[in-house]
Write a protein of this length. Sequence first.
Length: 485
Amino acid sequence: MNDGHATGSLRTPPVMRGDWTHLAHQTESVGQDVQMALRKNKVFAFACHPYDLMFDDFCAQIVAGYELTHPGKGVTPLVRKRWIDVAVWLISAIHDAHHLGVRAVILPRGKTTFRGKRFGYQITTKVVDILAASGWVTLQVAPSGSNVGRASEIFSSDKLRRLFKRTGFVWSPRQYDDSKEVIVVRQKDDFLMEKFTLETPETAEVCQMRTEVHEINRLTLGYAVFPCMPNSAIKGLISGQDNEFCDFSSLTYRRIFALGRLDKGGRFYGGWWQQIPTKYRPYIRIDDEPVVELDFGATIVTLLYGQRGLALPNEPYDLGINPTGDPDKRSIIKKYISALLNASGGYQLPKEERALLGVTSKQLRKLVEAKHPKIVDAFGKGVGLDLMYLDSKIALLIKQALLGQTVPVLGIHDGFLVPVRHEHLLRDTMMDAFKKVAGIYPTIKRTAPSVIRFAPRTLTVYERFLSGFRRSANHPGGCLAPLHT
């Protein structure tokens, strides 16, 4: 069986592009009060990739002006460069907030909540003070008891907003931070029933995985990815409708492994397109092109049959209790079979789901065993994580193959999005990658597009995004209006 690593290096897209908006980013380190604040249409600075080509000259002038008005010992060139880098990062986040109509950028500065590993606490705090002293931002201290610390919200000043307005939104390449760990190894505490993250081991295997993910991330970051949806739908995703909020700053992946091992799990997580409801995915645009989504059919079951050299039964989720093809019933059956393969022991569906299927737990188990008699011995043995590892290697091959041909691709575990014109290439690539890793050809289905009625004249957020993307063709290096106001 192939190890899933492609040969050769990926090619960079011929046109320099960048991602656009960076919105609220929820992390384990942020307190509950901060997480509630993030749901109120705000940008979280730690999630932002800087517009290094667009704002570096502007921020260099700010730092130079500050040094002139605050003479002292002076700073070294290295410290000055780091001040500029932090300023670019923060101004980039404020720029994103401004053009989305978001009021504030959140930057927790409490000693227990600050996680700015990119630059560090002291230098970030210094630059925030420089921007405030120079009149480009205003600060607001978090309410008492929020466990955030001073100046947790940063607002653009009037003169900065005027500067942004004169410039308009212009597309610009982003700076990718490859210091972020993209290989995550987790373990389960059976006593506390919780998962925790282990220190990632430094092995040759991990180094190769890390290099692969970083390269995929850099190339993915080179495409414009945004949903063509009404303002109300976009703001609903940002603010957290249905108890989940979409983090549009998440344009890159990390691989997450389970049970403290590098051969369990390993799927790619992180892209905001994985966070939104399925019905919204057909409205995603990549470089303003409509997309198509192709998914592997019955991925985990197919992988298990392929691993054992067995022929997959037709319609593996058809147990004879869903004659009308009800998608909700099919989803429940799929969930049940997947749970049998993932669980170490027995598994029962919730009572309401069994009622929808119209069978008891015993009846459902017998129907599944009758449909899949050759893999019954795998039920309750926890083989699902091994199969997910194979699934992740297939996803790796697909991303590498398409991005290596300058074809943008967005992964959703066992499904993939590409511009419509690349549908046939995606299908062929998926077939080849699955056969290479699993030794069996898969079934591939085209996800039916959703139909959501959009009210007229409500697409201004997307139109602003699209306008900036189109204008970028005339400003290949990015631009900003003159600093003087």
